[in-house]
Design a protein. Structure first.
Length: 189
């Protein structure tokens, strides 16, 4: 195999892998327990303007760098009929740790435990934090990052806020997909 053929084959594999990891256009309803064992379904929030699903972690330094920003987003949008739901899909983070983490950081939004990564896999979520904004028809209107920098002082683009503001204004989301970054979700094997 010559060099050009080799590189063309490798590029094809990379493109295939990138396509495989794409988020679905529509979410499926799901039911998961919160850290108190109470079950929640995505369709429980059908009266909300949109639901913001946030894959988060207790031990990931990147996810933790966003704790106050998640609280701020929740506080800024909860009165606008936008629901925030955290999902923890990390195998090593148990419900007691999740509950303590939520209390320590002032998370007032619901946090669900995805013990077997079933929901993370259905969404193709791979990192924490990773965001999905879903309307009442379960269409994914936005997928990606909260903003473009782990450090608040370096933020140039507040992607999630922009998407939510466009939705509230009745406009289509101008940038429906951004690259999420953070710690890899530690999955059950």
């Amino acid at each position: 195999m010559d060099r050009n053929t080799f590189f063309a084959a490798m590029l094809s594999l990379v493109i295939s892998a990138a396509s495989f990891a794409e988020a679905p256009a529509k979410a499926e309803n799901f039911t998961l327990p919160d850290y108190n064992g109470v079950k929640h379904s995505l369709t429980d929030y059908k009266d909300a303007k949109v639901v913001v699903i946030m894959f988060i972690a207790t031990q990931c330094p990147v996810s933790n760098a966003y704790n106050m920003r998640m609280v701020s987003l929740y506080n800024d949008y909860k009165s606008k009929n936008i629901v925030f739901v955290g999902v923890n899909a990390n195998k090593q983070e148990d419900v007691d740790e999740i509950k303590q983490h939520a209390a320590d950081h002032g998370f007032e939004f619901t946090i669900l435990k995805d013990d077997k990564n079933i929901i993370a896999d259905k969404f193709s979520a791979t990192v924490t934090p990773e965001i999905y904004v879903i309307n009442s028809s379960l269409e994914i209107l936005y997928h990606g990052r909260i903003d473009d920098s782990r450090r608040e002082s370096s933020i140039a683009s507040q992607d999630l806020r922009k998407a939510l503001d466009e939705i509230l204004a009745g406009k289509p989301v101008s940038v429906p997909e951004t690259k999420a970054f953070g710690c890899t979700i530690k999955k059950v094997e």
